[in-house]
Design a protein. Structure first.
Length: 169
């Protein structure tokens, strides 16, 4: 897993304003940050065939009517001009309880529910996927999504996040 920074200070405030405050102006900024990281480390990502945002549920009963990660990934697709293909390969089919602030074992139990699916396994088969998310706290979400992708035939899955939460001892 690669992280652009720590989930603290200005980056944390920006992510919170975006994700929980609905300030969508941050989408373009986050896309530029991700694109700069990808362009600044080309040898790390040269074998990646597709970037895949971690999905959000936006259907009936959803906490949000928009998908924060998919939104900034759409901006990334535009800014990259086709150099980095971005595809929503995984769908979240149901709302799950919020994970923020929950301990690792509880988070893993929530994510073990069958809320994730790959609508078109042919789009995944044989691919090398770079998962994109906003924050990694325990890694449980990234692990759950990567398992679904591997189960659908992805050869490799790695992750890139805007911020990594500090380890808690």
């Amino acid at each position: 897993m690669f992280a652009l920074g720590a989930y603290q200070g200005a980056l944390r405030r920006a992510i919170v304003a975006y994700k929980y405050g609905g300030d969508r102006r941050w989408a373009g900024v986050f896309a530029r940050l991700l694109l700069g990281f990808l362009e600044g480390h080309p040898c790390w990502f040269e074998e990646v065939t597709v970037l895949c945002p971690v999905p959000s549920y936006t259907g009936p009963g959803a906490r949000r009517d928009w998908a924060p990660v998919e939104t900034f990934c759409a901006q990334l697709r535009l800014q990259a001009g086709g150099l980095w293909p971005v595809e929503s390969l995984v769908a979240k089919q149901a709302e799950t309880p919020p994970l923020a602030g929950k301990p690792g074992p509880v988070r893993r139990g929530i994510l073990a529910r069958p809320a994730l699916a790959v609508p078109d396994p042919r789009a995944v088969e044989g691919s090398k996927v770079l998962l994109v998310d906003d924050v990694c706290s325990s890694g449980g979400t990234l692990l759950a999504v990567s398992r679904v992708l591997r189960g659908a035939g992805a050869l490799e899955v790695c992750a890139l996040v805007l911020a990594r939460a500090p380890w808690r001892g």
